[in-house]
Design a protein around this ligand. Sequence first.
Ligand code: G16
Length: 543
Amino acid sequence: MQRITIQSEPIDDQKPGTSGLRKKTRVFMGAHYLENFIEAIWQGIGGVAGKTLVLGGDGRYFNDRAAQVILRMAAASGARKIIVGQSALLSTPAASNLIRMRKTDGGIIMSASHNPGGADEDFGVKFNTPNGGPAPEDVTNRIFEATKSISSYEIIETQDVDLSKPGVTELAGMEIEIVDPVADYAALMRELFDFGAIRSLLASGFSIRFDAMHAVTGPYAKALLEGDLGASFGSVVNAVPLPDFGGGHPDPNPIWAKDLMDAMFGDDAPDFGAASDGDGDRNMVVGRGLYVTPSDSLAVLAANAHLAPGYAGGLKGVARSMPTSRALDRVAEAKGLDCYETPTGWKFFGNLLDAGKATLCGEESAGTGSDHVREKDGLWAVLLWLNILAARKQPVAEIMNEHWRTYGRNYYSRHDYEGVDANRAGGMMTVLRNSLAELPGKTFSGRTVEAADEFAYDDPIDGSRSEGQGIRIGFSDGSRAVFRLSGTGTVGATLRVYLETVETDPARMNRDAQEALGDVIAAAEAIAGIREHTGRSEPDVRT
Ligand code: G16
């Protein structure tokens, strides 16, 4: 076993995006690519010597190899201890929980989340800080700066560490504790929810289907839903994490979780359906014959969270990312709660959660979570839904209809144009940005623009400012169109167009969302010229 110094040089384009560094797996497997980025993390956090970190990932292709490299680099640079999930697996929320529980100096999560996995697909690495949350921009900026001046890194030359069984081992003086990835997370869930009530619901014949999409939540969902809660065997499908997620996109939305949608809209549909993503932080909820949008789900959870023991004392406040629908704001207003609007990216919720300003947070991109960890949490959202269903004893569709009648319905959809030429997409955003001042007062497809701006966020806790966070067009009837370029793609640019309109007439609350949004969709096209700029006539994905 020998500690060696490897000469390297800066690699371009190692700038962390919305959630860590995501690239094609082969890029990560290229000479020095992973190593340089890990060395940059060490530098960005002021060195790893003497520190304790958590390490785990979603099991995608290269997860096991990358874990061995990170362990050998941590040992070579003097880390005190690494707590690693068995077989290098940890869901993102479980990693966040471990970082907090064990009061570590942070953690490294290997995941490209909902992006597909495999040698020709995507891989990713992100650093989470000691509060358990994704590194904020000042840390990711320091890491990026460090990538520009790397000249060498330290690594131990040795055999692989056996991560197949829980236990304690050692590598060049660094302690390695291999932990069951599920146990601590499951214990936290038992504290937050009324497992007795959910168990009774499931025992009464209430049927569920949870699609783990061949990704990391499989073992967690098996243990909690089928194990603790007694859901019938086979309720959790695609439960074994695979390096290529079975060839699919582990992205819980109606397109990529089509099997679940078919089951929930078919004959003999289960009462409740749910899915989670590659690393277990996203969720999707479907009732029998009814898809619940992430924005609506967030609003329903905020309105009903008090029914779960962990939230019985009420919520301190709520928060959503800017493009997320304002269904949450309607609940907050009715309940007298503060409602914060942040840029896209879970990292922006961290300060609000730490400061006790918000208990519940969520995003249109299928993420919901609370102050129990500092990441969004897919299975947590599913358990909160089940707790609410157990307490209210009503079907999902009835809960949704009552919710809309009480608070109004925010019809919502996101249109994604994927793999667009980055220059063309950037050009569209520039032209749109330059036209903002002239838009107010103009009418497009019957909708008059009331306000048009580019979102910037001033963090109320640390005063930091984040600019360029999406272009918002507000119409006088309360409708809205938002334009952003995704920060998580790995090929070209993904243009996201977020569309929203408010309906308060109970007679018009069960329309198809695309139809209800027809004018707003047409107005967004007229304002931004998406077709002309991108050459695309249709979005690739409508959520
Ligand atoms: C990540 C972030 C989320 C964000 C989502 C989409 O989720 O953690 O906060 O909403 O990406 O970001 P974008 O619109 O920039 O692609 P995940 O589940 O991919 O880690």
